[in-house]
Design a protein around this ligand. Structure first.
Ligand code: AMP
Ligand code: MG
Length: 319
């Protein structure tokens, strides 16, 4: 029997293509689509399983927070706190190649996986007409990292996406080459002054011209001294976390997996995709000192998405 994965269809970004892509996204599927920066690997950002499948397709051994794309500002306001600084940046540079990291609203329905457990979300309004049509038609926020397998270059043409992710995404929308060709500039806009988290398609000088001040650069260096601006620090629950726990001690919450039921389970039938989809939400739920003294976590296999799950669990336990 031929077990080769199905080839992914590349379809033109026209009315028919957009309609199919929007339906695929609303069903929880993965669609690669062009933006002005690079091609994104999109999934419904309110769907835990769809978001987890982004990481499965990319083969990333880590959960990095994902940029969530919106068609308009009103939809965005339901999910993040728009600071006065963010408003100024948005008025000047959106739609366009700049991403703003903002505080997540407590009532946001975005998957916690898009924030990799952090209390912030990176949001962007792309300038690409096709991307905006897709966002409007889908009528959901779309989480999208660059549409390449982990360790490969960011794709700026549909053929690059196919070369790297063929058979691992449901659909590739071909809208021609990307105009900007590099990723978006990522700015932390939670405070009074923007902090550069990643240089990209929008020049830092343009931001400095708007604010009249030099932009603070955050070094993406985990050994650098932690400042309040180091938003890339990893999520860890307040309660102590204990790994490879087949049983819980008295007072501990038990996060189960497969045959180990626990207080709640990452995945009762031992599916790694389901465990990834539930990971951050359940950790947040159990991180409650009024109910528990700690969180014991059942063993999770070190294969496929289990690598990323265990990476996060080890960081959570290392604190
Ligand atoms: P990519 O996945 O290639 O589109 O890259 C996304 C970039 O945005 C990475 O550099 C992430 O670390 C950054 N990012 C996304 N969400 C956040 C967040 N909540 N806080 C800080 N950085 C973020
Ligand atoms: Mg990338």
């Amino acid at each position: 029997m031929d077990l080769k994965p199905k080839r992914t269809e590349i379809i033109p970004l026209d009315e028919k293509g957009l309609d199919r892509a929007a339906k695929t996204l609303r069903r929880g599927g993965l669609v690669a689509f062009p933006t002005e920066t690079v091609y994104g690997l999109g999934a419904d950002a309110t769907d835990d399983t769809a978001t987890a499948s982004i990481f499965a397709a990319k083969g990333r051994p880590q959960f990095n927070p994902l940029i969530v794309h919106f068609a308009d500002a009103d939809a965005l306001r339901r999910h993040v706190e728009v600071t006065p600084l963010a408003q100024r940046l948005a008025d000047r540079f959106w739609p366009g190649p700049v991403t703003l990291v903002l505080k997540r609203r407590p009532d946001s329905k975005l998957s916690r996986l898009v924030s990799a457990g952090l209390d912030t979300v990176a949001v962007r309004m792309p300038a690409h007409g096709g991307a905006r049509d897709l966002l409007r038609l889908t009528d959901r926020p779309i989480a999208a990292p660059s549409a390449n397998a982990s360790g490969r270059l960011s794709p700026t043409e549909a053929a690059h996406v196919a070369a790297s992710l063929d058979g691992r995404v449901d659909l590739i929308l071909d809208g021609g080459p990307c105009r900007v060709g590099v990723e978006s500039t990522v700015l932390d806009a939670t405070g009074d002054a923007p902090i550069l988290l990643r240089p990209g398609g929008l020049a830092v000088e343009a931001v400095e011209e708007l604010t009249g001040k030099p932009v603070i650069h955050s070094l993406h260096d985990e050994t650098a001294p932690k400042s309040p601006g180091m938003l890339l620090s990893h999520y860890a629950p307040g309660l102590p976390v204990r790994l490879d726990a087949r049983t819980a001690a008295e007072g501990e919450a038990h996060l189960g997996f497969g045959p180990i039921a626990g207080t709640v389970s990452l995945s009762p039938d031992g599916t790694l995709l389901e465990a990834a989809a539930n990971l951050f939400r359940l950790l947040h739920e159990l991180d409650d000192p009024s109910r528990f003294t700690g969180i014991a976590v059942a063993p999770v296999p070190e294969t496929g998405l289990g690598l990323a799950i265990n990476d996060r669990l080890r960081r959570a336990a290392a604190r």
